[in-house]
Every structure is written in C-alpha cells, then in structure tokens.
Design a binder for this molecule. Structure first.
Ligand SMILES: Nc1ncnc2c1ncn2[C@@H]1O[C@H](COP(=O)(O)OP(=O)(O)O)[C@@H](O)[C@H]1O
Ligand SMILES: [Mg+2]
Length: 254
C-alpha cells in the first residue's frame, strides 16, 4: 500500500490581504511541507513579510483559508476569533530581522519569559534547564547572564532563535533573519537553521540569501506583486524555472 502523504504543515488557500486600496496578497494558494525548510523569495514589496505575518496572526487576512500547525482558520469569519488566534501564536515562533530581544532582560530571562507568561509554565527548574540547553545549542551558554547589548548581532539573532524555540513551536517563521548581519555573522545564524532542519523542524524563511536558499531549501516560493509566480523544490525553481519572471530573479544565484 502506498504511504499516506504527510499533511502539509501549512496550507494556504485563496488568501487575500489589502491595505486600504492596495492589494498586497492576491489569491495566494500554497502548501508548505512539514519538517522541511521552505523559503519565500522575491523583490522588496512583493508581499513576503505580509504573508509570513499572516501565518502567525500578526496580520489578519481579508479572505481565504489558512491551516497552520493543525489549526484551521477561515477568513473573514475567524478574523476576531481570539482563541484561535492565540492558539496559532502559541504554536508558531517568529524570528525578525532586528532580533527584538528584550534589552532589559538577560539572555536566560529573555528565553524564560514567553514560556512563563504566555504558556503558563510553572516548573521553574525544568524550564531553566531547557532554556540553558537551548542557549548551549546555539552556542551561547557563556552569555546566559549577559544583556543583548553586550552581544554581536549574530549572537543576538541566535538568541532570538533560541527564544522562539523555548515555547516548543511546531513551526518557526523567519523574516530576513540575516539581513542586518555581515556575512560571517549571517553564517552562524544559517548554521543554526541547518541544525534545526536536520532535526526535522518546520521552518519558513523570507530571505534574499539566494545562494543559501538554492543549496538548502526544500521548497521555494517566488512571489511578485502579491502573487505566487512559481513554487517547487529548489532544484526546479533555481535550476529550471518555468516562468520568465522567476528566471530573471534567480539568475545569478550561485
Ligand atoms: N502596515 C502596512 N500598511 C500599508 N501598506 C503596507 C503595510 N505593510 C506593508 N505594506 C505594503 O504592502 C506591500 C508588501 O509589503 P511586504 O509584505 O512588507 O513586502 P516584502 O516583505 O516582500 O518586501 C508593500 O507595497 C508595502 O508598502
Ligand atoms: Mg519584508
């Protein structure tokens, strides 16, 4: 008997989002695979961040269906469903370009905050051990009691990934995680993402790092002007793009 196909980690059907008169996402339909690294690529203004933010409730779509980490949302009906919104937030983690660590908390405190406050974790000892392990995993154990301002951008971004992991998300979302880092520090961050990929974490990344995407992404989505122009395995989108717009965008990706 053929194996049943794994359910997509994320299913997007007919998604629309407008800002006033401006249609930013136009009828987006996509499946992103579980336990894989997917990337959203395209020029500035294509709608990548808006799409990513729709996946964890930071933006509310106007129309369409979303299934994220086992939660189904139907817009506009579910637009004000606080319980579903909260559930999606609890099951997804987000990493931003500008790290967004809390400056007045140490690294360890940054990691412990969301599990305690949003997830109601009361097992302080176990939580501390988990957070220490996570800092170890991103090679920051030494900095556990340091404040974000005492660290490099690459270290802060790795801490931001550890913080996102501390809530045990089913899906990790990254919006240009390396855009404000120089190449060497970017590499440290991308290495962490590759470790998570090997461990089977579902990751979705908006990126301009086409070389990295070409080499390591399992699934690539090319957006232009609020529309999915092309999607597929990296080998196809980078190696044999079907659409001339994709071809033009990916040419030069080493
Ligand atoms: N909060 C907002 N209000 C109005 N327009 C916005 C807002 N956020 C994004 N936009 C517009 O939506 C379009 C897509 O933006 P964005 O999703 O940030 O694109 P990308 O991440 O691909 O650069 C752009 O034209 C941008 O100016
Ligand atoms: Mg963006």
């Amino acid at each position: 008997m053929p194996k049943p196909k794994p359910q997509p980690a994320i299913r997007i059907q007919g998604l629309h989002k407008d800002y006033k008169q401006h249609q930013v996402l136009k009828n987006i339909t996509l499946d992103l695979p579980p336990q894989r690294l997917s990337v959203l690529i395209g020029r500035s203004g294509a709608g990548k961040s808006t799409l990513l933010r729709c996946l964890n409730g930071l933006e509310t779509p106007d129309q369409g269906r979303l299934s994220v980490a086992g939660i189904d949302l139907n817009f506009p009906d579910d637009a004000r469903d606080e319980a579903k919104d909260q559930a999606v937030r609890l099951r997804t983690g987000m990493v931003f370009q500008q790290f967004h660590l809390f400056p007045h908390l140490t690294l360890l405190e940054n990691l412990e905050l969301a599990p305690r406050v949003a997830h109601g974790r009361l097992d302080a000892h176990t939580l501390r051990r988990e957070c220490e392990d996570l800092l170890d995993k991103v090679d920051l154990a030494f900095h556990r009691d340091h404040y974000p301002s005492q660290m490099s951008g690459g270290q802060q971004q790795r801490a931001a990934i550890a913080r996102a992991l501390a809530t045990h998300p089913q899906v990790l979302l990254f919006d240009e995680p390396t855009s404000s880092l120089d190449p060497q520090l970017s590499e440290e961050v991308l290495k962490v993402m590759l470790t998570l990929k090997r461990e089977g974490m579902t990751q979705v990344m908006v990126t301009h790092e086409l070389g990295f995407a070409r080499k390591y992404a399992d699934w690539v989505v090319f957006l232009e002007d609020g529309v999915v122009v092309e999607q597929g395995p990296s080998l196809q989108v980078f190696g044999k793009p079907k659409d001339p717009r994709t071809r033009d965008y990916v040419k030069g990706a080493a």
